[in-house]
Design a binder for this molecule. Structure first.
Ligand SMILES: [Zn+2]
Length: 407
């Protein structure tokens, strides 16, 4: 017994400073973390699934693995608040992990693929298996995006049942979605807002104006402060006047707290609209992809791609990072997800800002030639490297040692 006690004491007495205390040290990256006002060189240390420290000159000798990032930008893991990943719903939906993590996205929100009737099937079939943090806007249509027949059926839109489902899964459902509604009435929007009121959550609106159901009335009267109009740079809604000037009601709606989200997709981003809007200072509140099987093809609308388009239209890197991290986090009322903080879950993205000649495609058969392209090179989700396109966290094979070292 005595010998064992002495041995234990000897183990405990090893100076803590001599032991590795960080699992991973991200060294010397240019950190852009608008929530905390960081825009400069910092080290970030990770232990387990948490951020252990953020600072200058954190000791490399304390880390099991050091990743040198002086050529790269480091941001909080991106948040894409408009995506489609419910395999139970529309055929357009994608696998969540393959289409988020390699783009620096560590939190994605499925925007209404499922409704209160089939959310639980989505939860057990997809959300429960995803490595990315997968959240949802619940479609006001009970069956979700299951084709125009149900999506145009007002009887499918039950605010009480929808709000009940939101309250059952408050950790997963962040709000209500309405989309694709064609009849010229306010039923879909108003019932979605009712469900938002009953559940205390925001509503994301995809809107097709009709005679008697206009856009100005939507954003000034029917939507509440904190509700989100997605696809706002698309052709469907009249955000610009005939001389390409941003309509006064856009500024009024922004002033009353309505949020404008990109929701790029395959039909909702036009350089002919985005360029004059940005020039007049009307930037999106949030950047999102509306990623689905079509939009990843011709328009290549991933988060870094949409961010790059806005960069080449004149937005700053800090502006696009803010609109892809803390602003969407606040829009879904989960501000802790959009910032780098000691003690928080380590969800982090690393980007190369490449210089050269790059072509970008929009939804209206238009292209933009730009000189900047943001490319995700490393993604960390819950402290683990899940994407590493350059092998930044790896050892050169010739120094990797015998096979038997491999764990
Ligand atoms: Zn969508």
């Amino acid at each position: 017994m005595r010998a064992r006690a002495i041995l234990m004491a000897a183990l405990v007495s090893v100076p803590a400073a001599a032991q590795p205390i960080y699992d991973l040290l991200l060294k010397s990256g240019h950190v852009i973390d608008p929530a905390n006002g960081r825009n400069g060189r910092f080290d970030i240390a990770i232990t387990g699934d948490r951020i252990a420290a953020i600072g200058n000159s954190l000791p490399a000798s304390h880390a099991r693995l050091v990743v040198e990032l002086s050529e790269y930008y480091v941001t909080p893991g991106l948040i894409d608040i408009h995506a489609h990943f419910d395999a139970q719903g529309a055929w357009l939906n994608l696998n969540p992990d393959h289409n988020t993590l390699r783009n620096g996205v560590t939190t994605a929100v499925d925007a209404g693929s499922s409704g209160w009737k089939n959310f639980e099937a989505f939860k057990s079939a997809v959300i429960g298996h995803a490595k990315v943090r997968l959240l949802a806007f619940l479609n006001i249509v009970g069956a979700g995006m299951y084709g125009s027949k149900v999506e145009n059926d007002v009887a499918e839109m039950d605010p009480v049942a929808a709000a009940r489902m939101v309250k059952k899964y408050p950790e997963l459902i962040v709000g209500i979605k309405t989309a694709h509604f064609q009849p010229a009435t306010w039923d879909a929007v108003d019932r979605a807002v009712k469900a938002g009121e009953l559940s205390g959550t925001p509503v994301m609106v995809d809107f097709h104006p009709k005679p008697g159901r206009g856009y100005e009335e939507l954003i000034l009267k029917h939507m509440r402060p904190g509700d989100i109009h997605t696809h706002f740079l698309g052709r469907l809604t009249p955000q610009l006047d005939g001389s390409k000037k941003v309509q006064p009601y856009m500024w009024q709606a922004r002033k009353r707290g309505v949020l404008f989200d990109v929701g790029h997709g395959s039909g909702s981003f036009w350089f002919r609209i985005a360029a004059p809007a940005l020039k007049q200072g009307f930037l999106p509140d949030t950047i999102s992809t509306d990623i689905h099987k079509d939009s990843i093809m011709l328009s290549r609308a991933t988060m870094p791609n949409v961010m790059s388009k806005l960069l080449n239209l004149g937005a700053t890197l800090e502006q696009v990072v803010e609109r892809s991290t803390i602003r969407p986090a606040k829009a879904i009322r989960r501000p802790e997800l959009g910032a780098l903080r000691e003690g928080a879950v380590a969800d982090i993205a690393v980007f190369s800002l490449d210089r050269g000649r790059f072509e970008f495609l929009d939804s209206g058969r238009g292209k933009l030639t730009g000189d900047k392209n943001l490319r995700c090179v490393l993604t960390i989700r819950e402290g683990t490297v899940v994407w590493d396109s350059e092998g930044l966290s790896l050892t050169d094979w010739s120094d990797a040692g015998p096979y038997s070292n491999y764990k």
